[in-house]
Design a protein around this ligand. Structure first.
Ligand code: SF4
Ligand code: SF4
Length: 107
């Protein structure tokens, strides 16, 4: 059974929508659509990159469960994707050069 839906077929839930018109839960409309959901606002703590201390070892990159450590085309770490970082702190924990501070979100 082909259950692939286009984004137009994903129905927006409004107060007046009937239950039969709601798109079934768990539907994945297209590959990598998780990036459309900005889940960074779940965060209470955030990593802060201290560029002057960073040695570009990239140990922080593979440990991030949200692919939120940003690496450019030259393979250089450039900061964080705060739209998706959940503030787990793993990147700060593994950085051997203390180049990632981990602070309260409001700071
Ligand atoms: S682990 Fe630390 S030093 Fe290595 S790239 Fe990440 S921030 Fe830079
Ligand atoms: S705090 Fe966690 S989610 Fe955010 S960039 Fe670091 S490892 Fe990724």
């Amino acid at each position: 059974m082909n259950t692939k839906l286009s984004n137009d077929e994903i129905r927006i839930v409004t107060p007046d929508v009937k239950w039969k018109d709601i798109t079934r839960g768990g539907t994945i409309s297209e590959a990598a659509n998780a990036r459309l959901f900005k889940t960074g606002d779940w965060r209470s703590m955030k990593p802060v990159w201290l560029q002057e201390k960073c040695k570009q070892c990239l140990l922080c990159y593979p440990v991030c469960p949200d692919t939120s450590v940003l690496v450019n085309e030259e393979g250089m770490m450039t900061g964080f994707d705060y739209d998706h970082c959940k503030g787990c702190g793993v990147c700060a924990k593994v950085c051997p050069f203390k180049a990632i501070d981990f602070v309260e979100e409001s700071k």
